[in-house]
Ligand binder design. Sequence first.
Ligand code: NAP
Length: 657
Amino acid sequence: MSWDDAFWVGLRETPAMSRTRAALPIVEDDATLRSLLEAAEVPPLLAAVAYATGDRSILRNEFVPDPNAILDPNGGLSPQAQAEARDLAAAALGRYRDAGCPPPATPSHDDLRPLLEFVVGGSAEDDYLPLFEEELGIAGEDLRAPGWRKEELAPDRPFRVVVIGAGMSGLLAAHRLGQAGIPYVVLEKDEDVGGTWLENSYPGCRVDVSNHFYSYSFAQRDDWPQHFSTRDVLLDYFRRCADEFGVRDHIRFRTEVTRATWDEDRQVWVLQVRGPEGEETLEANAIVSAVGQLNRPSFPDIPGRDTFAGPSFHSARWDHGVDLAGKRVAVIGTGASAVQFVPPIADEAAEVLVFQRTPPWLLPTPDYHDDVSEEQMWLFRHVPGYASWYRFWLFWRNCEGLLPLVTVDPDWEPKDESVSAGNEMVRQMLLGYLQAEFGDHPELLEAVTPHYPPAAKRVIRDNGIWARTLTRDDVSLITEAITEITPAGVRTADGVEHAVDVIIYGTGFQASKFLTPMEVVGRGGVELHEHWKGDARAYLGITVPGYPNLFCLYGPNTNIVINGSIIYFSECEVRYVLDALRLLLEGGYGSLDPKPEVHDAYNERIDAGNLTRAWGVSTVNSWYRNETGRSAQNWPFSLLEYWQQTRRVNPDDYVLR
Ligand code: NAP
């Protein structure tokens, strides 16, 4: 495979995807218009109307969302205030309709400021405004695209990048490399794009971050069928993005990188690759690892696991050849995956035995399985800017605004069930939900009640389906510890052998074994995993001292527990990677890797930061900690901070050669 092969792209523009579609005209009469606005969330509606009509008088003080009602889609407004706000919005949109629906003027920074301040309840400092503007993308621009091309910086320099993985972050990296005119190839072990959305085909799989936010900022859809779409819809989105970005032809499928070795003299990575045609060697100036964190299944170390006589499989490698109809099925685990697949398989199997070690907290989400209503779809398409403001409102109230509620108060004691007054308030709310859902089944209620702070583990969305499933006659929740897997089933600590036909492992992933099983040999011949010794660290989660021109996406300490969508993080990371490549090309450097002291100081700060959050102080089981007990997965700070730190590469942080 040569670099001139058709797989390599970079010398042409990738097609731009429009960020927002122009609004369709409003033709509805006043009464219809007013009734359609019932489906709107008031804070983004008022901001959109002020933007569309230029009438800021609608942004009245009494309609400013209450920062303490951050979980309420209507910002804590009373029903009366909501009705009044919708009346005013309907009147303003009626005037806009009567004027012929003129396209809104592109707002200046000064125009946007009061609108943004209104939506966040005046609670954000000035630092936030540039991020908000970028997130909002009201003018339809892709503000995170590289504003340069290789031929302007280093036209004659051969420079090639290998991206490993064609999931969400790999496709994004490929798109940006194409926009910058840098030749690249994507190597993907699977037979198609999509990463996690390809591999997780279990029944009931869907996204648990609203997909109006869990989507590329520059490739928005106004026709998501559901608020939290199913796996097939998400997979289709990423497939379509691969086509629209023009990257699919430059992906080599069923091709795995087994080893990458840095050649210091030649300043290149030499990659050993295993593909459909066997082993081969490739060279690249830089590697972007987009292999994800949650893709290598973790099987529990339970004695006798290999002795089970029937079929068994992991949720992320669902065996669709196993017919569950009429079977007795054991499910091990009650994490985000199991809570999604147990309800549909309970409809199919004769009996389901759910083995729970630690109960998850459930977050009430009434619209979790709901379609986006026709009225909401109408709003996205007809009210100029509503889709952007809606996405921004999700960003604010579901993400950034939640961080204070999981922050440790050093004086709060004891910290085993909550870590602060705000966290205790959330706990009480979640306990109330469990009481409402399981109150008629006291033993079950006790079994599903967590005894650790909310956000110490992943909080799981629920619309009532978990209680409906666990209270079925043909579903049992077993909380006795598993001691053994036998040929016939699962034995628990009370000595009972639960005979089953099938075992399904919903036991998660080897999240802290970043970049495995690939071997990555850096400067001085040191293999990355030997260097990490089970405790992966990187600067900004992206770069590692001694591993020049190696860039990780979704690397160490870039997972977010409550405040965000991983796509946001990938967009920040990829922007940073492109800026690092710009630095290499512009400065004529062969390589960069972070200064050890910069990397170490950064990681000390991360560790201290994680100890200020619920997941950092709690000792409950979770994939958020590695074998050393350190929180090697999570980003402890605000989304703003990650955005600020990854906006530009600071050359002083790096050894440039
Ligand atoms: P997980 O959260 O790691 O859950 C694994 C489950 O298996 C836990 O209940 C765990 O119990 C249990 N388990 C592990 N080893 C066990 C053993 N030896 N004996 C008994 N039980 C055992 O894995 P996951 O559910 O696959 O989710 C992983 C992450 O993927 C999520 O946190 C989320 O970030 C992501 N995810 C997202 C979605 C979505 O967006 N919709 C869906 C699925 C997953 P303990 O709790 O006691 O450890």
